[in-house]
Design a protein around this ligand. Structure first.
Ligand code: ATP
Ligand code: MG
Length: 406
């Protein structure tokens, strides 16, 4: 349990003005984050709790794909980035001089590390197929960083890489990843407004990549959704915007929505395995190419999307499975022991509790902070409620209350 009297930060009286979105203002007001400098934030305890829960959901679904978790370095030498000719060509790559006259990159993505790493383990067809993933900070020298957590120069990503014997087996794994991604966004409460969107495969392949786009009025992307078969297309692949025709069913009937890219699946094919000479000997003794795909989820961005997507006029609203706590107990007067007893009882039922035992904070302030923080259930413990022998459980999402015996 977390006691607010022992907690070093305070909610702000009003939401600081952040230019383009309200959720970042609310997160600042509700002591979830503090800005260090432009586009750089400290994550405070409540935000970190949400982050860990999102990470765990992602982890569980990645593990269900038999992918193994690894952790690669944030730093990587210039020579490695030159192998794939990306030292100069990636415009967002941070270049870092080091003391031994060497230069390093702060990695914006990890294909250039994971491919040589995994090629060490792959000689024969028996060594394939597999996936590895990590949850790690990425660095990108973004030209258009945003004031919120939407587009940072440092951000948290889950990146999964899979290695395959052929295009066919790769495509079947990819179908499994799509199922896992649907589960992730479903468990995060976003699936009903998240579209698996066809996007460009860039110069790696003629196949499309797939972006997971969540409809959001302040999103940076524009997606074209076919009204008949619901296939979504990123604006970048819609040739003639005024003459949209669905790539799947040819219908011209469509709607256009603003959206935010929360994840993507990218067919890398042999772009990196060729560069690092990653090959395998098949059962027919022929040397063959290894096929590779990568699959990202922007963990820190998705957290912000959830905040923005669910907030209401009173503040943040967290889905119960990722909320920093499930219950917020407001303690009035000298009833802390009683509140702790109740918190212990709730914890034995796997609930998580914040006790608001701050002194000299009046009831109205505590109640509005409970709403601002977005905790799913609120309980009041006072002399009056104790006399009755029951407490009221109020849900964040409605005015209705439940009466529960103490
Ligand atoms: P975008 O189109 O938004 O620039 P991207 O296509 O470059 O993203 P990837 O490199 O595939 O994205 O990264 C995987 C995921 O990481 C994205 O789907 C997005 O959710 C997230 N992401 C990418 N860049 C940032 C950033 N600067 N800040 C926060 N999250 C990001
Ligand atoms: Mg993109």
């Amino acid at each position: 349990m977390l006691q607010l009297s022992k907690f070093p930060v305070k909610t702000l009286k009003s939401a600081p003005k952040v230019s383009d979105n309200r959720s970042t203002s609310l997160l600042l007001q509700a002591w979830f984050i503090r800005q260090e400098m432009a586009w750089v934030y400290n994550y405070l305890p409540l935000w970190l709790k949400v982050l860990r829960k999102i990470e765990n959901i992602v982890r569980q679904e990645m593990n269900s794909l038999w992918a193994q978790e690894i952790l690669m370095p944030a730093l990587w030498s210039k020579e490695h980035w030159e192998t794939t000719k990306r030292w100069d060509s990636i415009d967002v790559l941070f270049h870092l001089p080091a003391s031994d006259n060497k230069e390093y990159a702060l990695n914006p993505t990890h294909e250039d590390l994971v491919t040589p790493l995994m090629s060490e383990f792959v000689q024969s067809y028996k060594d394939l197929e597999f996936g590895v993933y990590q949850i790690q900070n990425k660095f990108r020298n973004e030209k258009r960083a945003k004031s919120g957590l939407l587009r940072g120069r440092e951000f948290l990503m889950k990146d999964l890489y899979s290695f395959h014997k052929s295009e066919e087996t790769l495509l079947s794994y990819y179908e499994d990843v799509k199922v896992a991604y649907k589960k992730v966004f479903d468990r995060l409460g976003l699936w009903s407004d998240t579209y698996e969107t066809l996007a460009s495969g860039w110069d790696f392949t003629t196949l499309n990549s797939h972006e997971y786009q969540t409809i959001l009025s302040i999103g940076e992307d524009e997606i074209y959704i076919c009204n008949d078969c619901k296939t979504a297309h990123n604006k970048e692949i819609v040739d003639l915007v005024n003459w949209f025709s669905c790539s799947k069913c040819n219908s011209k009937n469509h709607s256009v929505e603003k959206a935010c890219e929360v994840g993507n699946i990218f067919p890398l094919m042999t772009r990196f395995t060729e560069a690092f000479d990653m090959k395998y000997t098949d059962s027919d003794w022929k040397t063959k190419e290894v096929y590779m795909w990568c699959y990202g989820i922007g963990i820190s961005r998705v957290m912000w999307v959830i905040a923005e997507y669910f907030m209401d006029d009173k503040g943040l609203v967290w889905p119960e499975n990722i909320a920093p706590a499930t219950h917020y107990i407001i303690v009035m007067w000298d009833n802390l022991d009683k509140a702790k007893d109740l918190a212990k009882k709730l914890e034995s039922e796997w609930k998580e509790v914040i006790i608001d035992d701050r002194e000299k904070v009046w009831f109205g302030q505590k109640a509005s902070d409970a709403d601002l923080l977005g905790i799913p259930y609120r309980i009041v413990i006072s002399d009056k409620t104790l006399e009755t022998g029951w407490y009221e459980l109020k849900s964040r999402n409605s005015e209705e209350t439940q009466i529960i015996p103490l």
